[in-house]
Ligand binder design. Sequence first.
Ligand code: PGA
Length: 241
Amino acid sequence: MKIHRAENYQEMSRAAANMVLDQISKKNNSVLGLATGSTPIGMYEYLIELYNKGDIDFSETRTVNLDEYVGLSRDNPQSYNYFMHEKFFRHVNISKENIYIPDGADTDTEKVCKDYEKIIENIGGIDLQILGIGTDGHIGFNEPGEAFIPSTHVVTLAESTIISNKRFFDDKKDVPKKAITIGIKTIFQAKKIVLLASGSGKAAILQKALLWPITPGIPASILQLHSDCTIIGDEDALYLL
Ligand code: PGA
């Protein structure tokens, strides 16, 4: 595991965007595993900047998002589908047919999960997976539990996740209680993983995830075993490491 110490959020974002650039430059039809949340927004902004300068071409790129809230349709501004289009997709030349995000509005969640697994398998797995980390150690929406859940599944969100994410909603009660997330095995099978962390709120969990024993109680701890995983954090997030 490599740790990249960035001076601040901008530097973290730039370093992450450069890793995406490197990946796309080497293989233009790469499969990118993408994340939502506050942390990767700066990375998306740099990628848009690179695209506007003509330095990166997403025309062949495939993208697979980590997760989606159950019950929110793609045009709901709180959905991760909407987030991805607003923050990234609509600004670059990614083809619509190459974008994959679980459909949170489909009531047959079991089928959505099965189909999503198949899609990831059919496009050849993830080349570069971008991750954030929850304050409880979740990656995607794989919440702490008794076991690592390997494939795409429906998860009941932890109370700490609901509290963290209520900042995006008018009221805590509006935060969906369930989500669809790709599983730990699918994340782990990505050829390359980049985990982004910013701010002192992530310092304690990063320390536990990277230095404590591997346990499903801290889902991100599994990344200790990955052969090509880079943590890019700013000083505040990495100060305990
Ligand atoms: P954040 O979320 O980037 O908004 O902190 C990270 C996560 O929950 O994975």
